[in-house]
Write a protein that binds this ligand. Structure first.
Ligand code: WT7
Length: 671
């Protein structure tokens, strides 16, 4: 870890100064409070008997095949077991039981493709399709416990594929479609997946964008890489692009489903049976396979979805704009909403295709009442101007949510005023891939919200801010965000690497889960998140590792050394800025503007190929040296100063204190 000073103001975060001056507060209206699912007594109930409270949620919100008798087993800490002697099926909970309860005709998904094609999927339709897909997977040899990688655009089939896996107890690992073939290969290998579900392509910014070629490349034999464990590839036809076909391996999704029986008995699994693995970036070059299990995860996903968004399944139309490739898509597109029997919108494309009002048009069209999105999207829409959302009827909205990074008060206020008609509560929800579900958030009918603050741990969750010595800071103080009690949807480890799990989250402070975020408590004890304190960046709400991008850069033959920082960016929160030292014979290439542009392009493309387009550095600066401490650690804090055009801070711990002058002089010189 480098800069561990949580109050130094990480690039993406609103500065401490600004936040200290933020005093606006918006209590819920009386009408909203009166009809809310969650009232103030929820906090009291949860704190009076925390485990009893969670057991009650699990019994109320989830249907069990075999009821559990034990709530939490923490004897194997830090690996928790929740509701461990119960059995259940997540897909049954998300689909079948709603049909059995007479809600088969309720719309589960209003699908809207980017080109404007639509599809309405009821819970009864979903039951048939998920059952067919489960039978198809079984026919293709997938057994309970086998891992299935899903590499798809945002389609109904993405949801169906995930639920089909859950139905047979085969953990899914969804890989975001924006990741490269190499990234896909390493995830498939780490999970030892036996089947991949993909599509010919998806629509993005008005054009078909191919996906299958990346799967073909990821599965092709590669020197030095072990042979792939994948036996079958199921291919959804979406764009009708030409695809290469491997006989005996590749199978069309529509053909497999047509041939399959629409009836399937869900497999009851133990509560601790793995539901999914989701890879996320850590502080090292190797992505971590975050492991989530079944019972605790769906309990907390459903509980938070019901209480934080105030979901009324009979009347609300809910829309979470996240891709299923991220944890937000897992918990708040698939499991939370469907377990709660919600009606939701699923949109394939980008917010500005074919025009910048597309999102608002969809809200008007489907009368969306709950919208959950990310600060980066809010800031982008804010930049496009008020008149764009102003041209649509957004009066159906009653709750707005934010997730993924700290939301600056200005964007929060814009969201409330322009999108929320100055009346909707905003829930700023803090959580992580690792936490599985929302942990810190206002409750919309209870909390007087403050622009820019996630505020309070939800009922049942214990979060606090501690100093370097693990002591809770007083109100007004800053430090590190920690979670002090196990929670139902917590990760159960890192796939195949228990030691790394202990090391990463449990070694910094004894007995406390270290989230990696800096935070402060205001005078009311409310929590304000200040951004990451480790080598993890947050670009447009996507988590990227500085180390991972650095290794991608140095794997290019022209690079000798690289250092990557997340620099503050008005729209994306942070942007990737790379400092590179070129190898001997290439060192001069950047001495002309043309040469520098060429090097930039070459390296950006290289990172795109190694990790994916989302990781491409916004800026690449060629430098003669990198600032290092005597022990050889790169001082990213100083590079961040350069990247953000600030005076360079205290450089006295550098091995060679003239290095920063060398760097800044070189950058100032005309190239
Ligand atoms: C990191 C987790 C949770 C789903 C999306 C991201 C940052 C997340 C907030 C928020 C301030 C936030 C944290 C966290 N983060 N939500 N409301 N306020 N920061 O999941 O990729 O696992 O990233 O996102 O830094 O540690 P993720």
């Amino acid at each position: 870890m480098t800069d561990t000073n949580p109050t130094s103001g990480s690039a993406s975060s609103p500065s401490l100064e600004n936040l200290l001056h933020e005093t606006r507060s918006f209590p819920p209206s009386e009408e909203f409070a009166a009809q809310a699912n969650a009232k103030a007594d929820l906090y009291e109930k949860a704190s009076a008997d925390r485990l009893g409270f969670w057991a009650e949620q699990a019994r109320e919100l989830v249907t069990w095949n075999k009821p559990f008798t034990e709530t939490l087993d923490w004897s194997g800490a830090p690996v928790a077991r929740w509701f461990a002697d119960g059995t259940l099926n997540a897909a049954y909970n998300a689909v079948d039981r709603h049909v059995e309860a007479g809600h088969g005709d309720r719309v589960a998904i209003h699908f809207e493709g980017e080109p404007g094609d639509t599809r309405t999927v009821t819970y009864a339709d979903l039951q048939q399709e998920v059952s067919r897909a489960a039978n198809a997977l079984t026919a293709l040899g997938v057994r309970t416990g086998d891992r299935v990688v899903i590499y798809l655009p945002m389609l109904v089939e993405s949801v169906v594929a995930m639920l089909a896996c859950a139905r047979i107890g085969a953990p899914h690992s969804v890989v975001f479609g924006g990741f490269s073939a190499d990234a896909l290969r390493s995830r498939i290998a780490d999970a030892e997946a036996t089947l991949v579900v993909t599509a010919d392509g998806g629509y993005r910014r008005g054009a078909p964008s191919a996906l299958k070629p990346a799967v073909d490349e990821a599965l092709a034999p590669k020197e030095g890489a072990p042979a792939t464990s994948v036996q079958k590839v199921l291919v959804v036809r979406r764009t009708e692009q030409d695809v290469d076909w491997v006989e005996g391996r590749d199978v069309w999704w529509h053909e497999a489903l047509e041939a399959a029986d629409p009836v399937h008995e869900p497999v009851a699994v133990e509560a601790e049976h793995p539901l999914f693995i989701l890879y996320t970036s850590g502080t090292t070059g190797k992505p971590k396979g975050i492991l989530h299990t079944t019972g605790g995860y769906i309990t907390q996903a459903a509980y938070t979805h019901k209480n934080v968004f105030d979901l009324k399944p009979e009347t609300d139309v809910y829309w979470c704009t996240a891709d299923v490739g991220w944890v937000t898509g897992h918990s708040y597109v698939v499991y939370g909403p469907l377990v709660n029997g919600a009606t939701q919108v699923l949109y394939e494309g980008t917010p500005d295709t074919p025009h910048r009002g597309r999102w608002w048009e969809l809200i008007e069209k489907y009368k969306v009442s709950i919208l959950y999105t990310a600060p980066t999207a809010i800031r982008t829409c804010m930049k496009w101007g008020d008149d764009i959302p102003g041209g649509f009827d957004l009066s159906s909205l009653r709750v707005l949510g934010s997730v993924g990074e700290p939301i600056n008060p200005e964007a929060w206020m814009w969201y409330r005023r322009v999108i929320g008609g100055d009346k909707t509560p905003i829930v700023d929800t803090w959580w992580q891939t690792e936490t599985g579900a929302i942990m810190i958030s206002p409750l919309p009918g209870v909390t007087a919200t403050k622009p820019g603050s996630a505020q309070v741990a939800i009922p049942g969750i214990a979060a606090t801010v501690v100093d370097d010595e693990a002591k809770p800071v007083p109100d007004g103080g800053g430090g590190y965000l920690v979670l002090s009690e196990p929670w139902p949807s917590m990760l159960r480890g890192i796939w195949g690497d228990l030691e790394r799990y202990k090391d990463t989250y449990w070694s910094r402070f004894d007995g406390l889960y270290f989230a990696g975020d800096g935070a402060k408590k205001d005078e009311d004890g409310d929590i304000w998140l200040l951004g990451r304190v480790d080598d993890v960046m947050n670009v447009s709400g996507h988590r990227l590792s500085t180390t991972e991008i650095e290794s991608a850069l140095v794997s290019n033959e022209i690079v000798a050394e690289a250092a990557v920082v997340g620099a503050a960016d008005e729209t994306t929160g942070q942007a990737v800025v790379a400092f590179v030292i070129l190898r001997g014979s290439h060192a001069n290439r950047a001495s002309t503007a043309e040469g520098a542009a060429e090097v930039q392009k070459e390296l950006r493309d290289h990172v795109g190929k190694e990790i994916g387009p989302i990781a491409k550095p916004k800026k690449i600066l060629v430098v003669p040296e990198l600032p290092k401490t005597r022990s050889g650690k790169i001082m990213r804090r100083l590079l961040r100063d350069v990247a953000e055009d600030r005076a360079v801070g205290d450089a006295t711990t550098l091995a060679d204190s003239s290095v920063m002058d060398l760097i800044t002089a070189g950058l100032a010189a005309p190239t």
